[in-house]
Design a protein around this ligand. Structure first.
Ligand SMILES: *Cc1c(COP(=O)(O)O)cnc(C)c1O
Length: 361
């Protein structure tokens, strides 16, 4: 039973499965892995991952060791590789081993630590991240070459995956993409036979050269377009709705909410809606973002912690009815643009107050 008096976050796992298929088609020939860091972009890593596993996904990526441990527990006895992007922070080797997590080695100290573990434990399985021009995580090409040449260097590790990350894949025309691709090709030649992964969601749509063996699907699994704008091939996974608490008439000069965020210049009707930035409606969307009310997009005039004020014009909506704050009519990419951010942040901000309903679980 759902509670109509509360904001409701619906997570449609059938839409998730559909989006996995869209990525698989775009990256045909490559395995589609799933990035479920930050609790599956806030949507529930375990439940999202179990559905993706049922759709054939066998490679999962998380950021933290603790996320990997939780995911291993959530997947139970399902066979899956779980890669930890934080790699090998000090003191976590036994935890990684216990939960069968594969660290993504991305710095020189981590590489040395992994080589030490391989010596003391008779082998150590890792993924290796190289920096091809993002200047974030990853061993430089020079360091990779040097460590590979050492007698007890990278060669002593069981490298399950060679990876890098693109910095500008959301912009297919960026010259940085082929530059990074060229560097990745060079480093890949040093690891014959090792599986390779360069593309996240956006890169999976860039073209055949970028696919390699595995693409790391993140935001596009959850409905975010590869170019940071809506993509009609993808379905909305998340729908956030909240009830109308009251409807008021404003006169010219009336101010709405705190300070002078909005001042009416004409007579207008507004709805007060029971959701706010505590539910993930990012405050910066005030004045720019929209809600879907009775079949039309209507402007968000104010975003408070628990309350929204929406300009509803002549919309035929009644107290107690739900309006859509995110979903197939208010797309996460459009809302993100209105809030000056990316769809990833829209999702991870959704929080835990709204009632959660999973479809297709
Ligand atoms: C977060 C992340 C991804 C997924 O990125 P999306 O843009 O959400 O597809 C892939 N690879 C790495 C290394 C990441 O950190």
């Amino acid at each position: 039973m759902t509670s109509p008096d509360r904001a409701r976050l619906t997570i449609d796992l059938d839409a998730l499965a559909h989006n996995r298929g869209v990525i698989a088609q775009a990256a045909s020939g490559a395995e589609v892995g799933a990035v479920v860091k930050a609790d599956g972009y806030g949507l529930g890593a375990a439940i999202v991952s179990r559905r993706l596993h049922a759709e054939g996904v066998r490679s999962f990526f998380v950021a933290r060791v603790s996320e990997g441990e939780a995911l291993r527990a959530g997947l139970g006895d399902r066979q899956a590789d779980i890669y930890v992007l934080d790699g090998l922070p000090a003191g976590v080797a036994d935890r990684l081993a216990a939960a069968r997590l594969t660290p993504v080695i991305a710095t020189l100290p981590q590489a040395h630590a992994a080589i030490g573990l391989a010596a003391s434990r008779g082998g150590w399985r890792v993924a290796l991240q190289v920096d091809t021009g993002m200047n974030r995580q990853g061993l430089t090409l020079e360091a990779t070459r040097a460590l590979l040449a050492e007698p007890r260097g990278l060669g002593s590790l069981d490298v399950a995956l060679l990876m890098s990350h693109l910095g500008s894949a959301t912009d297919p025309g960026e010259t940085r993409n082929p530059e990074q691709l060229g560097r990745f090709k060079a480093v890949r030649a040093l690891f014959p036979g090792v599986r390779a992964s360069l593309a996240a969601s956006a890169g999976a749509f860039l073209g055949a050269e970028y696919r390699y063996d595995l693409v790391r699907g993140g935001i596009s699994l959850f409905g975010g377009g590869p170019e940071e704008r809506p993509d009609p091939r993808l379905k909305a996974v998340v729908t956030l709705t909240a009830p109308v608490l009251d409807i008021r008439n404003l006169q010219p000069g009336d101010r709405v909410g705190y300070g002078s965020a909005f001042r009416a210049t004409d007579p207008m009707r507004v709805a007060l809606v029971g959701a706010g930035y505590a539910d993930g409606v990012i405050r910066a969307a005030m004045g720019k973002g929209h809600a879907w009310v009775a079949g039309a997009l209507r402007r968000l005039l104010a975003v408070n912690m628990d309350l929204l004020v929406i300009d509803i014009g002549d919309a035929a909506v009644g107290i107690g009815e739900h309006v859509e704050l995110l979903g197939q009519n208010v797309l996460i990419d459009d809302f993100a643009t209105a809030a000056g951010t990316v769809a990833h942040e829209v999702l991870v901000r959704l929080g835990s107050r709204a009632e959660r309903v999973y479809l297709g679980a």
